[in-house]
Design a protein around this ligand. Structure first.
Ligand code: ADP
Length: 481
């Protein structure tokens, strides 16, 4: 930052130095020449104006240029010597004037040149013109001439309908050397002041801008190493403050994901180990003791394999929802048909263990916009839980009510119910109300969290009401189309 600041300052100061000292002389000369030329132009446009004398006097005074207008007989029509009366026009010898005139004539009516005071005095002394002295050499570059005021002279012959006129204008160009040396002193002071000012500003800016950024990047490094306790502190600069708070938010989210991941690994490894131990144990017993190869033991292995399978499917589903990789394919689905298609899955249970699954609906059809596979999974998971936890009567009721553009589906069991203080947690991953419950030991604890994710993706309302000893009522509500 300091380097950029210094570079900018150096360029700025260099430009100032160049303009104020090196080019000042040239600028000044160029301005004077242009002013003189424009004055001559104005006079030539007003030659036959009866107020010519006033125009010439005004121009001469305003621009400090001496102007003389001669008629065709070389008589002075009007003349003005400028504000400071400093013109060297008077010192131009006769011979020089007639030479300027003839040069103007041969040059298409206009001739101009820089001349030094020395030249004019030389001319006066010798009363002759030296052609070898070219304008460039007379620019006052030699030491002697440097201190003498330079002069710009222009001679213009103007032809009108009736006559012809000669306009001679002369502007003094004062040497700016003394001004330049004064400016140099001022510039040295300005340079010292600005450089120390820039230094102070750079230190201040670094304290208010660079330091907090450095601080943030150091903390970000710590965060990258897995320290989720770091605290990004703000500063009095709004943008840095915003950056700090968004990094704090990122840190919190990353921390959550990290602990979730750890929890997930712990749960999965625990849940996988149980069926694997069972499968391994039963298989070993059956290998070592021939009499143990029974249908029941084989069924344990089959059940545990199924359990493993459903656990892995659940874990995959939930991780798809978490990563956002789960795409929904919305289509028009008949919810009544969905429920009806789930019931036959429990036929075996109904027949062998006398379970009752009762379905009632106030409508023949209830069309909703949904991903049919996922909605089937919701119904299946809820019915599965209800079957698992229902009471002695082994009854599960599915009640559907379609009204006012919505359809509400209730899955009701007659089981033990869920304590009210546990109700908010049952939708969390791996949450089990009673870990010792037979069904809970079999379940993954992911079923309801998958239901929650799917229903949220469908913008559906859902909930549960439960009475201890009486049973639970899980419901979800969707808009009909
Ligand atoms: P699990 O696979 O263990 O059933 P869920 O996410 O489906 O996991 O359910 C979470 C917990 O909520 C269960 O362990 C259980 O304690 C409780 N639960 C879910 N459904 C019912 C129900 N119908 N009756 C009583 N408790 C239930």
């Amino acid at each position: 930052m300091f380097a950029a600041f210094s570079a900018f300052l150096i360029i700025l100061l260099a430009l100032l130095w160049l303009c104020q000292t090196v080019f000042l002389n040239s600028f000044y000369k160029a301005v004077k020449v242009s002013e003189t030329k424009s004055a001559v132009k104005t006079v030539s446009a007003n030659l036959e104006n009866e107020k010519l004398e006033y125009i010439v006097a005004d121009l001469s005074n305003e621009k400090d240029i001496s102007i003389t207008v001669l008629d065709s007989e070389n008589n002075v029509l009007c003349s003005a010597k400028g504000k400071n009366n400093r013109s060297m026009f008077d010192s131009i010898p006769e011979g020089a004037l007639s030479e300027f005139y003839s040069k103007a004539k041969s040059n298409g009516g206009e001739y101009s040149e820089y001349a030094s005071g020395k030249l004019f005095s030389d001319m006066k002394a010798t009363d002759k013109n030296d052609d070898s002295q070219k304008p460039d050499e007379l620019n006052g570059e030699s030491d002697k001439e440097k201190n003498k005021p330079n002069s710009f002279l222009i001679c213009k012959i103007v032809y009108t309908q009736n006559s012809n006129y000669t306009i001679i204008a002369n502007a003094s160009i004062m040497p700016v050397d003394s001004v330049v040396s004064t400016l140099r002193v001022i510039l040295i002071a300005v340079t010292i002041l600005t450089v120390s000012g820039a230094f102070a500003a750079a230190i201040l800016m670094s304290a208010s801008l660079t330091k907090p950024i450095k601080n943030i990047s150091e903390k970000a490094e710590e965060l990258a190493k897995g320290d989720y306790e770091v605290e990004f502190s703000g500063s009095n600069i709004k943008e840095i403050d915003e950056l700090s708070s968004s990094l704090n938010h990122t840190k919190t989210e990353l921390g959550k994901i990290d602990s979730l991941q750890k929890e997930l690994i712990a749960n999965i490894s625990h849940d996988l180990r149980t069926p694997l131990t069972l499968i391994g144990g039963y298989a070993e017993v059956m290998r070592d003791i021939p009499g143990e190869v029974t249908d029941e033991n084989l069924q344990v292995i089959i059940d545990e394999t199924k359990r493993l399978n459903s656990l892995v499917t659940d874990v995959l589903d939930i991780s798809k929802f978490n990563s956002g990789a789960q795409q929904m394919n919305f289509e028009k689905v008949d919810l009544v048909e969905c429920v009806k298609s789930v019931i036959p899955r429990y036929n075996k249970l109904v027949e062998s263990e006398n379970y009752k699954i009762e379905f009632s609906s106030n409508a023949q059809h209830a069309f909703v916009n949904a991903d049919s596979t996922r909605i089937l999974q919701v119904i299946y998971n809820l019915v599965n839980n209800a079957v698992s936890y229902t009471g002695e009567d082994k009854t599960v009721k599915i009640e559907m009510t379609a009204a006012n553009g919505t359809v509400v589906t209730h899955i009701i069991d007659s089981g033990e119910g869920i304590p009210e203080d546990k109700l908010p947690y049952i939708w969390d991953r791996y949450y089990k109300v009673d870990k010792n419950h037979r069904r809970a030991q079999l379940g993954s604890g992911l079923g309801l969290s998958i239901v929650k994710e799917i229903l949220l993706a469908h913008d559906a309302a859902f909930g549960v009401s439960s009475t201890l000893g009486k049973g639970s009522d899980f419901w979800f509500e969707m808009k009909t189309v």
